[in-house]
Design a protein around this ligand. Structure first.
Ligand code: TXA
Ligand code: MG
Length: 312
């Protein structure tokens, strides 16, 4: 159920977290399915209710840099990135500290941890009141489109305690940078553009390993039910259309990510509009070409994954 955010529902949320139960909470990227990162039982429940492959590790959310001190080992580049972009849509993968009490299940057996400080006031208030760290994947069933509004969360998890936080402002998941190796690697493009990150730490490597390091890298992901056709300049008669930029096309099955080609607006509309067009029950969704600059990199990444052949 969805609850407005009040002192009373804040108290309830904290109580649920302490008991090892889950809550739905807004962040500036997408809504998260949160649980106490130090309780194995809470983490196990996250994997279970999401139906998530157990090798896919979770992002750990904290209120301040200090919340991560006993959990990860910092380095200079991580410090510079945190200073530049936190709180905000950036996740840093760092070596796990031997003193960390975070559930091993949360990092799926890796000797690293992915951490971030979110920017949404509701998430920050919860993290501060809770005083600990919260593991939170996107609050959707595994492989499905991420939620950018509270009712999206309720559709997948009708019994969950969900806090209202309006439409998420960024609308795409955080950018993930791996800082465990000799040079930073871009594991997942996201809410902070590659260009902005490179301005702080220099050129980013593509992931060097062939095994799945960041299973947001699973080929089919973020998938709507209808098949997607990318880089389409117009829809077929049997298709809905997701436009980008000025268009003369009109109709109930035509939505526009951004009429004036603003990539930030397009990012924040992407998942919501994919969900809406999915409900037109036509034969498919055609999507206009999106430039590969700035947030366009992350938008294209999500679209390609949504269009990839489905694993059954
Ligand atoms: O914006 C976001 O990051 C949202 C909000 C809720 O914070 N969370 C999110 O979580 O997108 P999720 O679970 O959907 O994606 C987590 C990603 C996965 O691709 C996972 O593989 C990667 O983080 N990840 C987590 N721990 C990792 C680690 N130790 N090393 C490499 N990748 C890791
Ligand atoms: Mg996800």
């Amino acid at each position: 159920m969805i609850h407005s955010f009040t002192p009373n529902t804040l108290k309830k949320a904290i109580m649920f977290l302490r008991k090892g139960e889950l809550i739905g909470l807004p962040t500036e990227t997408v809504y998260g399915l949160g649980g106490d990162a130090t309780q194995d039982q809470a983490i196990a429940r996250i994997f279970e209710v999401k139906n998530r492959p157990s090798f896919n590790p979770l992002i750990i959310h904290g209120h301040s840099l200090a919340s991560f001190n006993k959990h990860v080992i910092w380095n200079e580049k991580a410090g510079a990135l945190a200073k530049a972009f936190w709180p905000g849509p950036l996740t840093l993968v760092l070596p796990r500290s031997p003193s960390s009490s975070i559930s091993l299940l949360a990092s799926a057996g890796l000797d690293s941890l992915a951490v971030r400080i979110p920017k949404h006031p509701v998430a920050l208030t919860i993290l501060e009141a809770f005083g600990g760290v919260i593991a939170a994947p996107s609050a959707n069933l595994s492989g499905k489109v991420s939620p950018t509004q509270s009712h999206h969360v309720e559709e997948d998890f009708p019994n969950l305690f969900i806090l209202e936080g309006n439409s998420t402002s960024v609308g795409l998941e955080s950018t993930i940078i791996d800082l465990t190796g000799p040079s930073p690697e871009l594991l997942r493009p996201g809410g902070i553009s590659r260009e902005n990150i490179e301005a702080v730490v220099g050129t980013l490597e593509q992931p060097s390993t062939s095994y799945i390091k960041s299973p947001g890298r699973l080929k089919s992901h973020y998938a709507p039910l209808l098949p997607l056709r990318l880089n389409a300049h117009s829809p077929l008669e049997t298709e809905a259309y997701l436009a980008f930029g000025p268009t003369s096309l009109k109709g109930p099955h035509i939505l526009n990510l951004s009429k004036n080609k603003n990539l930030q607006e397009a990012a924040s509309n992407l998942f919501k509009m994919m969900r809406l067009l999915d409900k037109t029950f036509l034969k498919g969704i055609a999507v206009a070409p999106i430039p590969l600059t700035g947030l366009g990199l992350a938008i294209n990444d999500r679209l390609e994954r949504a269009a990839a052949p489905r694993e059954s």
